[in-house]
Design a protein around this ligand. Structure first.
Ligand code: HEC
Length: 175
């Protein structure tokens, strides 16, 4: 194992030794890339935190309104999934700089899971929606799946849709 430094501090304080062995660009360029990535990641962390507090409020309200145990269980599962992802990125402490897409993926999932839980919690105590009878139109101007270039997402698109979630469809009465 190569040990180049024994200081426990941010490697960004010595970009020359810590980074330029692999990254053949100027120190200023490298610092600028890191700053951009960290600003964007911090913005996503803030959004995920707001989504999470909104979810927790909605969850407490659903519980207080007497949502049934099955609904609460689904809500708690979504809550755990959302929290793990946000906690991981927030505590891992790089602010996304060395794996920006992975950080963004986890935060995007966290935001989505929090909002899913929030929507489910609100729906659990909302009255049933009226029937919607608006006309639908076919999608236009998009490359059809069979003409798109190969990629794993294509196989997924061609696969049959997953079975619906237990309570998809009519809104939950909420008990
Ligand atoms: C051992 C080699 C190595 C060292 C040392 C290293 N990196 Fe990287 N770095 C990589 C590789 C490989 C990737 C691509 C990772 C990926 O795409 O998943 C990367 C990706 C990045 C990225 C995101 C892609 C981009 O270019 O915008 C940034 C920013 C970055 N490194 C900055 C740094 C900084 C700053 C340091 C020093 C603190 C550093 N790296 C140290 C190998 C290294």
């Amino acid at each position: 194992m190569k040990v180049s430094d024994h200081w426990v501090r941010s490697p960004l304080l010595m970009v020359n030794r810590a980074c330029q062995t692999c990254h053949n660009v100027s120190e200023a360029e490298l610092q600028a890339r890191v700053a951009t990535i960290q600003d964007r990641t911090a913005g996503l962390i803030d959004r995920a935190a707001v989504a999470m507090t909104d979810m927790l409020d909605a969850l407490r309200e659903a519980k207080a309104a007497g949502a049934p145990p099955e609904t609460l269980e689904r809500l708690y599962a979504l809550q755990r999934q959302a929290m793990w992802r946000l906690d991981f990125v927030a505590s891992e402490n790089s602010m996304g700089f060395h794996a920006d897409q992975e950080s963004a993926r986890l935060l995007a999932e966290s935001i989505d899971l929090s909002r899913q839980a929030q929507a489910l919690a609100v729906r659990a105590r909302a009255p049933a929606a009226p029937r919607v009878a608006l006309p639908t139109e076919p999608v236009e101007g998009v490359t059809p799946t069979e003409k798109a270039p190969r990629g794993p997402y294509r196989e997924k698109a061609a696969a049959p849709p997953p079975p619906p979630a237990p309570d998809a469809g009519a809104p939950d009465a909420g008990g």
